[in-house]
Design a protein around this ligand. Structure first.
Ligand code: GRF
Length: 216
């Protein structure tokens, strides 16, 4: 199920990324500030529900440990998520990033990684949560949509917001053009959120949904 290995500096933020698809957001993180050896943060594990996910190949090519957790290998979703959480925790991970991970996570998983679990979503939440956010935005006729990076809670794309960036909808409402703009924005915003988290610049008050993002 796994391969690879590593040795971290003592105070390094160890990051796990979960991805179901092509992994361009994973690649953006790998190419971002965390590619530098002394950046203080490093992707140490990549897991997927899809054995053939390109994201896994991107990780393996860099010698990053990979794990595959298909739903069909487990009795139920909670069992799969328990095994996935154990796998992540045993690697001493301080941040879990959902980068195109297309599975709902069970409440038990969310609880184990609360305030250490972030997701990138292709809309300005709370508008257009769930599947096909770009299609939802086009169908609604909005002039501006965007990208959100947020902490994950038990709901669907409903957790506290860390960063957002707007993307204009093209005048001709051309979907490929909008997708290109959204994806380019994701590839900038997600590594930036990871950088800020690693620097200790992402803070929240107990009991509040409002996340403060500022200097470390
Ligand atoms: C991204 O658009 C993400 O927002 C969505 O799925 C896509 C994943 O793309 N949830 P990739 O696998 O990172 O290329």
């Amino acid at each position: 199920m796994t391969d690879g290995g590593d040795a971290s500096a003592p105070d390094e933020l160890r990051i796990a990324v979960l991805a179901s698809g092509t992994g361009t957001n994973l690649q953006a993180i790998l190419d971002g500030p965390h590619a530098e050896p002394d950046s203080g943060a490093r992707v140490v594990a990549v897991a997927s529900d899809k054995p053939g996910a390109r994201a896994l190949r991107r990780a393996a090519e860099l010698g990053i440990e990979t794990g595959v957790f298909p739903r069909s290998d487990f009795v139920d979703r909670a069992g799969r998520d328990d095994a996935l959480a154990d796998w992540i925790e045993s690697r001493d991970v301080g941040l879990v990033v959902l980068a195109g991970y297309m599975q709902l996570l069970s409440p038990g998983f969310v609880e184990r990684f609360r305030w250490r679990l972030i997701n990138v979503h292709p809309a300005l939440l709370p508008a257009f949560p769930g599947l096909d956010a770009i299609g939802q935005a086009l169908a609604e006729g909005v002039r501006v949509t965007g990208v959100t990076v947020h902490f994950v809670d038990e709901g669907v794309d409903s957790g506290p917001i860390i960063l957002q960036r707007a993307v204009p909808v093209p005048a001709d409402r051309d979907r490929p053009t909008l997708e290109e703009g959204i994806h380019a924005t994701e590839h900038a915003l997600l590594p930036e959120a990871v950088r800020l988290f690693a620097a200790g610049a992402v803070r929240h008050e107990t009991g509040s949904r409002v996340v403060e993002v500022g200097p470390a």
